[in-house]
Design a protein around this ligand. Structure first.
Ligand code: ARG
Length: 667
């Protein structure tokens, strides 16, 4: 049968979805749950077998108590895919394999030439989706954990928008917490007025660090005594493990015990070392040391300043209003550099007045009740209750989140709210979501898009030598500094044009450095911990942002070298030929962009997109090595290959844009 390209075979779409459309009615005759079986239709693992495979005959046969091969044959007989694929083959016990027709792929690619969406269909049902991400605690240095939330959240935001949802980003910043008590305390006692006048942000940051040091010091002094005691006990225990056992089993037990003890001792020593560093930091500074001796409980004093602020104390409120804009400026400067913006930034302070009445209401409705002086929400299936008002009357993070949820429901009536937050808060979100259901919000989809910890190359949470969690800014600077070296060293992708000016190099380094940092984060399965490594993220090969940007620049270089004007090229409308296997493999990969987007949104995993882009760039490499473009055999072949280059570049560019990463034409 001849391939046809009727309405059914329309090409600007997701090929995998189109196959599912063809399968669906047939499966519906066999089972009441076709969707779960349709998931077993996917790209082939082994390309020699074709392009897509359906592994659904076996489980279906089991459910129906029939022979899998028989089922596979029945499905294939009923299936009409002749316009897309060669007759499906049944392999082994009942795998159905599809090989797409070259003409179909060619037509689909041609349709992309004029499709600004590169084949990604807009969603049929537009949803209102709120996405809560980044949310740093302002006035504290932003750190590497916040970059994860920011970068992952931004990629999900962009992707949801791209497919046509109504998406609202809301940055739930911590602008009302103890850090302000700390700064107020620092301001009262340690302010350097000249410095404050000259650069208020820097002075406030200094005050924050200083008060942090004092609090850490007092905590360290207490803990050191306790840990030293524990260390001594462990050392004695270790010395007491005798080694004159007779039986082999007993010796083995002892070895194990000894190793365990040694490990514990090692950990205690490290912890002590860190605490001693904190102690020394203050002891080496006479002013701070005197202050700490004269004020035995600084943490308590800071809490009091915070409590006064929350209670509406005029002076503290005035100071808070004075400080906040500086902290926000600092934060926004980093967002600008990262190319990130939010639709709303309704921080914790925005909800302050709503907390009291909300707690009252929840008590009145019987959803919350008093327990040991605090007000709590209890859940039938979660062991720990959610405290929403402490004994001393203070409200908590959870109370604010409940008020925030209500505000969002009343203001935007969303279909979904996504919270892109560290996995350590998973209990908090389970409680929050359960409480939301109790409050009657049972239609909205609530998702904790959680992510793992950023580790250093030693496998521990990422920290600098001084023991501080790295400030985000210094992280960006370092990535850009290294990218600058790459830009200066690498001349492979540079067209035979004029030298890059210093200014251009700086700009490219900024794009490449920040792109590498973002990509490194996004290319990880978000639920795993990931190891932060400048060398890895800026590598020119492998699944890195730098490699992707390089692939893009390389294609632009082909155009520059050949004097190709892409706008004219695109208007030519093909034809595109997929004669060489590398051309076909590249063409088919280009057409999988919609599938990658779909996978990202299924489970909010941007690494599905980076994985796809990496595979696309690899196919491009193979193509470029085996198929001359500018030196093609004839003009039709040259044009077809140039179009494949252009489509590849467009998909890379669009893909990176969805990840919040820019491209450069030269690097
Ligand atoms: N500020 C919080 C933190 O740094 C994150 C807030 C996340 N969003 C939320 N609605 N709870 O841990």
């Amino acid at each position: 049968m001849e391939a046809s390209f009727g309405a059914k075979g329309s090409c600007t779409m997701n090929i995998l979805e189109e196959l599912r459309v063809r399968f669906r009615p047939i499966l519906a005759q066999l089972t009441s749950d076709p969707e779960s079986y349709l998931k077993l239709l996917r790209p082939t693992q082994d390309e020699r077998l074709g392009d897509y495979q359906a592994d659904l005959a076996m489980p279906l046969a089991k459910a129906l108590r029939r022979k899998p091969r028989e089922i596979a044959e029945e499905i294939v007989a009923a299936l009409d895919v002749a316009d897309m694929a060669h007759p499906p083959e049944i392999a082994g016990p009942g795998f159905i394999n599809f090989r797409l027709r070259d003409e179909y792929l060619e037509k689909c690619l041609q349709a992309l030439l004029e499709d600004p969406r590169l084949g990604v269909p807009p969603v049929e049902k537009v949803e209102t989706i709120i996405i809560d991400y980044s949310a740093p605690n302002v006035a504290k240095p932003m750190h590497v954990g916040h970059i994860r939330s920011t970068v992952i959240g931004d990629a999900i935001y962009r992707t949801l928008r791209f497919v046509g949802h109504r998406v609202i980003s809301d940055n739930h910043i911590g602008d009302w917490g103890t850090q302000f008590g700390m700064i107020i305390y620092g301001y009262r006692h340690f302010l350097d007025e000249d410095a404050y006048k000259k650069n208020p942000t820097a002075e406030l940051a200094r005050l924050y660090r200083l008060v942090r040091q004092l609090i850490d010091y007092q905590e360290a002094v207490q803990k050191i005594a306790e840990l030293e005691g524990r260390l001594q006990a462990k050392e004695q225990e270790l010395a007491g493990v005798s080694s004159n056992q007779t039986s082999a089993a007993a010796t083995k037990m002892e070895d194990k015990k000894r190793r365990e003890l040694q490990e514990e001792i090692e950990e205690l020593r490290e912890e002590l070392e860190e605490l001693r560093r904190k102690r020394a930091a203050v002891e080496d500074n006479p002013t701070l040391y005197e202050w700490a001796k004269a004020h035995p409980n600084i943490e308590q004093d800071v809490l009091q300043e915070t409590a006064k602020l929350h209670a509406g104390d005029e002076e503290n409120l005035r100071l808070w209003r004075e400080f906040l804009p500086h902290s926000l400026d600092e934060m926004n400067r980093i967002y600008r550099r990262l190319g990130i913006r939010f639709d709303y930034t309704l921080g914790e302070s925005f909800y302050h007045d709503r907390l009291g009445p909300l707690v009252e209401e929840l008590v009145q409705k019987g959803l919350a009740r008093e327990s040991e002086g605090a007000i709590c929400i209890f859940f039938p299936d979660i062991d720990t209750p959610m405290i929403i008002r402490k004994q001393d009357g203070a409200f908590l993070y959870a109370t604010t989140d409940l008020a925030t949820l209500r505000y969002r429901m009343e203001t935007w009536n969303p279909d979904a709210i996504l919270y892109v937050v560290d996995f350590r808060q998973s209990l908090h979100f389970r409680q929050l979501f359960a409480a939301a259901r109790m409050m009657g919000y049972d239609r909205v989809k609530l998702v904790h898009v959680s992510f793992g910890t950023v580790l250093g190359e030693d496998g521990r949470p990422f920290k600098t030598r001084e023991g501080d969690v790295v400030g985000l800014e210094s992280l960006l600077d370092e990535a850009v500094r290294r990218a600058y070296q790459i830009v200066c060293a690498n001349d492979d992708a540079k067209p035979t044009g004029p030298e890059l000016s210093e200014e251009e190099r700086r700009r490219i380094a900024e794009v490449v450095g920040i792109g590498a940092l973002k990509y490194a984060d996004l290319s990880q399965n978000r639920t795993s911990d990931y190891v932060f490594s400048y060398d890895k993220m800026l590598a020119m090969t492998g699944n890195t942002g730098t490699y992707m940007q390089y692939a893009y620049a390389r294609i632009q270089n082909i155009f520059a070298k050949g004097g190709v004007d892409v706008t004219t090229l695109r208007k030519l409308d093909g034809p595109i030929h997929l004669k060489h296997p590398a051309e076909r493999a590249l063409g088919r990969e280009i057409l999988r962009f919609p599938e990658a987007i779909q996978l990202v949104l299924e489970d909010y995993r941007p690494n599905q997109l980076t994985g796809y882009l990496f595979s696309l760039a690899n196919r491009f490499s193979t193509f470029y090595e085996s198929c001359p473009v500018l030196q093609a055999a004839d003009s039709e072949e040259r044009q077809s290959r140039l179009l494949l280059c252009d489509l590849t570049a467009r998909v890379i560019r669009q893909g990176l844009e969805l990840l919040g990463i820019e491209v450069v034409n030269r690097m």
